[in-house]
Design a protein around this ligand. Structure first.
Ligand code: AMP
Length: 309
């Protein structure tokens, strides 16, 4: 089942304690598609300038991704620059240049309108609405956002909550949105306003899925070296929705597995700069890491009663 994804298609300059990358391909749609396309067909909608190395997205097409929704206009592509601190959990944004993204109006190609699985990358909530206006009958809509929109575009975002199935944000963002420091209460606050589920990402510490009557937690995969955390959240979303789309089910067991695939793809994304690690990632490597997660998190159940003191 194909997934429609709309988001930024960017050039990123990134500095981390492990090194530097200059004007490499990035953006929420690119990270999402690089992960999701390993599991399901993806349709990408976005905009780039005439400086964008579209040939570097050929690996996505080779995996069956449909990039015909990426519009190329004259001008500069969206550009983002960031520098990570030593702990890799915090970063400074050094530069954001919107370029052709400034007047991006998502146009969903006719062939994409019947998409049942939709990822709304972190863009203006008004544009996220416009995407949904053009999709016939989406069944699972996963939506990301950030502090900038929570502060500056709250009414549109609040209305959007009534149109999506899963809000997928980081812990700071959900606390800010709900104005509530407790994560569980913040997630419940969001759920009461529309989305049946909230996925809260906690960087290297994993992610929590809050559903109606149950909750699931998946850790981040322990890595000795994190190269570049950029796009890990979008790769998580790609693994999550890619897995759900392949299963064509949102039963609790499938949602739990989707969380594992999300954390798996997120963990690969940080092992190299840009989407480099996702380009030639093999299914055997994905399988091994999913198995390692199983090992990492499974345990025998309660101590036998007779052994208790
Ligand atoms: P993340 O690490 O999940 O925040 O995603 C980082 C990616 O998002 C980078 O590749 C950036 O190009 C892109 N990005 C950064 N800021 C924005 C923004 N304001 N709007 C859309 N995309 C952005």
């Amino acid at each position: 089942m194909s997934i429609l994804c709309v988001g930024s298609v960017a050039l990123d300059s990134v500095e981390t304690p492990s090194g530097k990358a200059d004007r490499v391909i990035g953006g929420s749609a690119v990270f999402f598609a690089s992960a999701a396309s390993l599991l399901s067909p993806v349709r990408v909608v976005g905009v780039v300038g005439d400086d964008y190395p579209l040939d570097q997205l050929a690996f996505l097409e080779a995996r069956g991704a449909d990039l015909s929704g990426i519009e190329q206009r004259s001008g500069d592509s969206f550009f983002w620059a960031g520098r990570y601190h030593d702990d890799m959990n915090t970063r400074d944004t050094l530069d954001t240049r919107l370029g052709v993204f400034a007047d991006f109006e998502p146009k969903i190609p006719d062939a994409f309108r019947e998409s049942k699985r939709v990822f709304l990358g972190n863009i203006d909530p008004l544009l996220q609405h416009k995407v949904l206006d053009q999709v016939d009958a989406p069944e699972v809509v996963v939506c990301d956002t950030m502090n900038y929109w929570i502060e500056g575009s709250r009414p549109a975002l609040m209305e959007l909550l009534g149109r999506i199935s899963i809000l997928m944000v980081n812990d700071e963002e959900v606390r800010q949105l709900a104005d509530e420091p407790n994560l569980l209460r913040a997630a419940r606050w969001v759920q009461e306003r529309g989305p049946g589920m909230v996925v809260v990402k906690k960087g290297e510490h994993g992610a929590i899925l809050f559903a109606d009557s149950w909750t699931f937690f998946i850790p981040g995969f322990p890595l000795e070296r994190i190269f570049d955390p950029t796009g890990a959240g979008d790769a998580f979303a790609g693994g999550f929705l890619g897995c759900l789309a392949q299963q064509n089910s949102t039963e609790p067991a499938d949602l739990r597995r989707a969380m594992v695939y999300g954390s798996t793809l997120g963990s690969f994304a940080v092992e190299k700069f840009s989407v480099e690690r996702l380009i030639d990632l093999g299914h055997d490597e994905i399988d091994d890491r999913v198995r390692a997660f199983k090992e990492l998190t499974s345990f025998e159940t309660l101590l036998p009663v007779e052994q208790r003191v």
